[in-house]
Design a protein around this ligand. Sequence first.
Ligand SMILES: Nc1ncnc2c1ncn2[C@@H]1O[C@H](COP(=O)(O)OP(=O)(O)OP(=O)(O)O)[C@@H](O)[C@H]1O
Length: 283
Amino acid sequence: MTAPLLDLRGLSVLYPGEHGATLAVDNVSFTLRREKLGIVGESGSGKSTLGRALLRLLPQARITAERMTFDGMDLLSLPERAMRHLRGRRMSMILQDPKFSLNPIRRVGDQVAEACRIHLRCSRAEARERSLAMLEAVQIADPRRVYHLYPHEVSGGMGQRIMIAMMLLPEPDLVIADEPTSALDVTVRLQVLRILDRLVTERGIGLLMISHDLNLVRNFCDRVLIMYAGRVVESLPAADLERARHPYTQALLAAQPRIGGDRSPLKVPERRADWKEPIGPQP
Ligand SMILES: Nc1ncnc2c1ncn2[C@@H]1O[C@H](COP(=O)(O)OP(=O)(O)OP(=O)(O)O)[C@@H](O)[C@H]1O
């Protein structure tokens, strides 16, 4: 079997603070191959911190791990210059809201083309052509018109697809998608998921999908890690979620609305002291 794209052992992330430190990620281990791996957990469970730690985008935090490698490279000891080369070029992050990621005073096409020029070192003309082709690939109907628009002139769904086009142009091997569809309506959400799915199945990237939506991850991903209070408490194939053994995972499943399910009020999980204890084989 080929080496995993990502190999994490004992990753912890601590945010120092005046009123005490926060251990946002607590001894997390997993591997990621060229597959769709979902990370699910409630707000504050450490999902985004984990994603950002992989890209070393947390200057204020203390990141420690026994092992944290990407394609065999030690992410903890890699010099910042080499890390900058990896970011965007081989490891990309798609965030929830394009409004915060696109520069409001530059045309969207120029921003996409710039990503292309920086990472692929191509000419202006080539960057423009590649950008238009990628905008088309993320199903933007009239890429030549959209190219000249400013971020405030595009809808949320279109902005998200523009961000995705920008992240995908350098053909990264790993995409970390942090709630990539939660700001989108159902149809656009499906389009975006289809694009991400094709990247995994056709281009063979590894996708880390961070979400609080258990149903989405269950239907979309190959494997799921459940996070609670900074820890991965259970890890299982998405198809086996119904057979989850961890009480937290079971509580999350019981709180999901279902079409055709009984019409009694959904159960609000009651926190239990034993939820922090992992169960089952650890990844
Ligand atoms: N920059 C920061 N400084 C200090 N503490 C932080 C910082 N960012 C996050 N935290 C804390 O780390 C913990 C994990 O937060 P994180 O945002 O990673 O969780 P999350 O699961 O992604 O939540 P959400 O789904 O709401 O985005 C929380 O207790 C949060 O308050």
